[in-house]
Design a protein around this ligand. Structure first.
Ligand SMILES: C[S@@+](CC[C@H](N)C(=O)[O-])C[C@H]1O[C@@H](n2cnc3c(N)ncnc32)[C@H](O)[C@@H]1O
Length: 308
């Protein structure tokens, strides 16, 4: 497929309708699910970046504004950037009631035309996992460029060093094993990283790491752009204290692993549904339930009729 050779075409096709755009960003099949998962991610970003009402904040790969919707009301300016004009179109509609937002459609792995040192904070969730490593690095350099010295960055990438992260990666490997190897790989396929790779990239792109979390299927990193007299040790202490509000929780990882069990056939869709019946376990349960229900509806042929 032609679109698999080019990030822009790929994501514009994925976001051909607003429903398909929602599914492409995180598997959310409706507004309600996107709000639940968006709140979870927005909380992680808010705490990781210690967002302040005076901050100018950049999101790289904003998609439908799943996260930006929760961030824009908290800051002075929120700026969404994305390679896909269709994604930006949906985000623009969803954030239309906020006066402090702006958008830039990107054309390559660069944040041009955004000015040097024009943002206080920047974040990127579930985006670097869909590009070649060179593009990941180029974007980190660009984020360093548009951040003020001392500015903070937060992002996540798939974590092949975690047991559950590796199980997710194994699905990609199996798919590739069975694929036609004479065809070019899909440019936006899921890519996996290690904590060490993230450390190296951040250092080489001009950041000092303040927190690296890698217990879940995600590596999550917070770092400060070099070139200021920011007290990096104090920022590290501040981030460490907030770890439980930034990290994907053990329950998140357990429920994600439960879905992988269904996908590989070691558990049934009904067993997983049962595991999602007890909301007292944590906020992750209702969020996963809606997400999983959407997934079930998309897999009705193999899984049978969904529970509701
Ligand atoms: C999985 S979605 C995540 C969207 C959003 N960050 C969220 O968590 O809801 C990936 C997003 O990254 C964008 N994207 C993919 N490759 C990109 C690239 N090379 N440059 C900029 N944006 C890209 C896609 O268009 C899509 O909106």
């Amino acid at each position: 497929m032609e679109s698999q050779k080019n990030y822009k075409n790929f994501w514009n096709e994925k976001a051909a309708t607003s429903v398909s755009a929602f599914i492409a960003v995180d598997g959310s099949t409706n507004e309600e699910t996107a709000r639940l998962t968006g709140q979870y991610s927005a909380r992680q970003v808010t705490v990781a970046l210690d967002l302040q009402p005076t901050d100018r904040v950049l999101e790289l790969g904003c998609g439908v504004g799943r996260i930006g919707r929760g961030i824009a009301p908290l800051v002075a300016h929120w700026h969404g950037t994305d390679i896909s004009s269709n994604m930006i179109g949906v985000a623009r509609e969803r954030l239309g009631d906020h006066a402090n937002v702006g958008f830039t459609e990107l054309s390559r792995s660069s944040l041009q035309p955004l000015a040097d040192a024009s943002f206080d904070k920047a974040y990127c969730v579930a985006v670097f996992i869909h590009m070649d490593k060179e593009d990941f690095f180029l974007y980190l350099e660009e984020m360093a460029r548009v951040l003020k010295p001392g500015g903070l960055i937060y992002f996540d990438v798939w974590n092949m060093a975690s047991a559950v992260g590796w199980r997710r990666y194994a699905l990609e490997i199996d798919q590739y094993r069975a694929a036609d190897h004479s065809k070019r790989k899909d440019v936006a396929r899921n890519q996996f990283s290690s904590p060490e790779e993230v450390r190296i990239f951040l250092d080489r792109a001009g950041f000092d790491l303040t927190l690296l979390l890698a217990e879940s299927p995600w590596v999550q990193a917070i770092a400060v752009r070099r070139g200021s007299n920011a007290d990096v040790a104090a920022l590290r202490r501040q981030a460490e204290v907030a770890t439980t509000r930034i990290a994907y929780s053990p329950l998140w990882t357990e429920l994600f692993a439960g879905i992988l069990d269904v996908v590989v056939g070691t558990s049934t869709p009904q067993q997983m549904w049962q595991a999602l019946s007890d909301d007292s376990r944590g906020e992750e349960v209702p969020m996963f339930r809606e997400w999983y229900l959407g997934m079930w509806k998309g897999n009705e042929a193999g899984w049978g009729p969904p529970p509701r």
